[in-house]
Design a protein around this ligand. Structure first.
Ligand code: AMP
Length: 606
């Protein structure tokens, strides 16, 4: 049985407890980094400032070659993506001079965060791949302390590459995981018994999401008894896989029974790998029948443990926005432990969870001091932007205080300097001298299903653009709120509640027009959302629920009855509190869905 003692505050990352020399080395590394967190940070800053001393960016602030913290802190301002955008555009357009980094920018990583509706472009340098790989290499040695025997079987991981583009200057722009899976670091990784996946690389690297998912599921089903852990990067990805199985199990079991491959799988490298190179690909009617039995009985409760009976845990991130998926994952897995192993972004990989079997609400991430130089802006929600930048001091990694909340600010080897990531973290404790953080939330995110992040301003813009379609009916949107529905559909979808004022009740807006309103909102949402709808199939059609007149008054009455101040009451633009949802849903008079997908192409400015 895995050791699931979650009450321990300081995890025992004891190299002596490791079962291999390799693991012992990794644990020793974690201990060294976290024991010497402050001196490692000082060294990292000095290295970054030395490496980038002659960049245009640092030149603007006249550091004069200084590499110490005091000079750095007194001269370099904190910045956001928008501040950097002119420099980033120059790099994207082909300027190869050392603007942010003295090392050549190898590619852009496209963040799921957006600026003006476009994905943010994060410049990166080749050596960052080594740093990312180093963090990956620490995950299994920690997991092995808690779950023994993972070398005796395989991992069923649903991993995908996404579309990539080139900037006008010829640099690739793609998500960080696509960059990693396509790198030699991943493709030529040495054999490691703890990292044997059921998915062949050919399937992971196939950019057609149907063919990739189909093949990964097929291989996962073939090896069902050997699978010891099931995972995806985020919880939404694993649920998408379950939804895929629901739709495709008949064809999948047909392939297994007959030893053939669905003709829709046309990718030559996948066909070659499955049909000619896989030693296991033989007709297996017994297995096909077993899976058919599991999938064809009415309830899918516990389906993961039925099909993959030896699964010890699910390896998916369920912290932050992904926490909404915990009940559904528990339903499909019969309550298997959920392991959140790491905390990372396109800008930088931050750290790992030293107690991966802790329950999701107790998960804390330990930032690894070697990854970048980290600072923390005390988070006071009431502070204005100017107060924040001029009056508040950034705190160093080892100086954060338990129970306080901070916004993460990073300085990276790739040239981001005092860059605000936008994540709010709360300190829960320390491992040696390195703090551990609970991920509280991302700033300004209202709705999120998968990689998409929609803020209040974007939603407002969408509602405004859709309501123009109502003007010919003399109808206006009086109030609205929203909800990310991840429970009733796979994939989840956005729900917008609208209360309308209809001038002429005899000619209200038609169903057709309200469906078009759904589409109009989708058309105005950012490119990450539209990609999720069109290419990744990770977000379902947007829904508008029209509620009876007076519903939002009732919502206010309810909030006031629970102690909200009548003067300060504002309609929440996003809801997820069950009694409020029940109230809204009980007042719904009609529902409408986007009839088609919004427009999206991989190129930017679409
Ligand atoms: P991206 O830049 O698209 O790679 O997204 C990175 C963001 O995803 C981070 O800044 C966080 O907001 C979120 N994220 C990454 N890892 C985690 C995690 N383990 N828990 C919660 N949120 C996470």
């Amino acid at each position: 049985m895995p050791n699931m003692d979650t009450n321990r505050r300081t995890p025992a990352i004891d190299p002596a407890a490791a079962t291999s020399e390799k693991d012992a080395k990794a644990l020793q590394f974690i201990q060294e980094m976290t024991k010497n967190a402050d001196s490692v940070q000082e060294k990292v800053l000095a290295q970054i400032l030395t490496q980038n001393a002659h960049t245009e960016f640092l030149g603007r602030y006249k550091l004069g070659g200084a590499t110490d913290r005091d000079t750095f802190k007194s001269k370099i301002p904190m910045i956001t993506y928008e501040d950097l955008q002119p420099d980033i555009l120059r790099i994207a357009n082909g300027d190869r001079s050392p603007i942010l980094s003295s090392h050549p920018i190898s590619e852009f990583l496209t963040s799921s965060g957006t600026s003006a509706g476009e994905r943010k472009l994060m410049p990166t340098i080749h050596e960052e791949l080594d740093r990312r790989q180093l963090l990956y290499s620490l995950l299994m040695p920690v997991m092995n302390l808690y779950v023994p025997g993972l070398d005796k079987g395989k991992g069923l991981y649903f991993l995908f590459v996404k579309s990539e583009t080139k900037t006008p200057g010829g640099l690739l722009a793609r998500p960080v995981l696509t960059s990693y899976y396509k790198s030699e670091h991943f493709k030529t990784r040495p054999y490691d018994p703890y990292m044997v996946y059921t998915s062949p690389d050919e399937a992971i690297l196939c950019s057609d999401s149907f063919q990739s998912m189909y093949t990964q599921m097929l291989c996962g089903l073939y090896h069902n008894k050997e699978v010891l852990r099931v995972g995806a990067v985020f919880a939404s990805g694993l649920l998408r896989a379950i939804g895929f199985l629901q739709l495709n199990w008949q064809q999948l079991t047909h392939d297994i029974a007959t030893g053939t491959l669905n003709p829709k799988i046309t990718d030559p490298s996948i066909r070659e790998c499955i049909l000619n190179r896989s030693p296991f690909f033989k007709p297996n009617p017994t297995l096909a029948e077993f899976i058919t039995n599991a999938c064809s009985i009415g309830s899918w409760e516990g389906i993961i443990t039925k099909i993959w009976p030896n699964t010890k845990y699910l390896d998916v991130i369920v912290t932050g926005a992904m926490a909404q998926y915990i009940p559904t994952l528990n339903y499909y897995s019969g309550g298997l432990p959920l392991a959140c192993t790491m905390y990372a972004s396109s800008e930088c990989y931050f750290g790992l969870n030293l107690e991966p079997m802790a329950k999701p609400s107790d998960v804390s991430y330990t930032i690894m001091p070697n990854m970048a130089y980290f600072e923390f802006l005390p988070h006071e929600p009431a502070a204005t932007a100017t107060q924040t930048s001029t009056q508040q001091r950034l705190v160093d990694l080892v100086d954060v205080e338990i129970d306080k909340e901070y916004e993460l600010v990073i300085t990276t080897y790739a040239g981001l300097c005092r860059y605000r990531v936008g994540d709010i973290l709360r300190v829960t404790g320390f491992h040696n001298s390195a703090p551990q953080f609970h991920f509280v939330r991302r700033k300004n995110v209202l709705l999120s299903i998968d990689a998409d992040k929609t803020d209040e301003a974007e939603l407002q813009k969408g509602v405004e653009s859709a309501s123009q379609l109502l003007s010919e009916f003399g109808t206006t949107v009086v109030e609205y709120t929203s909800y990310a529905d991840t429970k009733t559909t796979i994939p989840g979808h956005y729900v917008i509640y609208w209360e309308l004022m209809i001038k002429d009740p005899d000619s209200p807006p038609t169903d057709e027009v309200l469906n078009q309103c759904c589409l109009a909102i989708e058309e105005s949402l950012n490119s990450v959302y539209r990609q999720g709808r069109v290419a990744d199939n990770s977000i379902g059609p947007l829904e508008i629920r029209i509620v009876k007149g007076g519903t939002f008054e009732e919502l206010m009455d309810y909030a006031i009855s629970r102690g909200a101040s009548i003067n300060q009451y504002k309609v929440p633009r996003c809801v997820n509190f069950t009694p409020i949802m029940e109230l809204l849903d009980s007042r719904v008079i009609s529902t409408h869905f986007s009839p088609v997908c919004p427009r999206w192409t991989p190129s930017r400015k679409q």
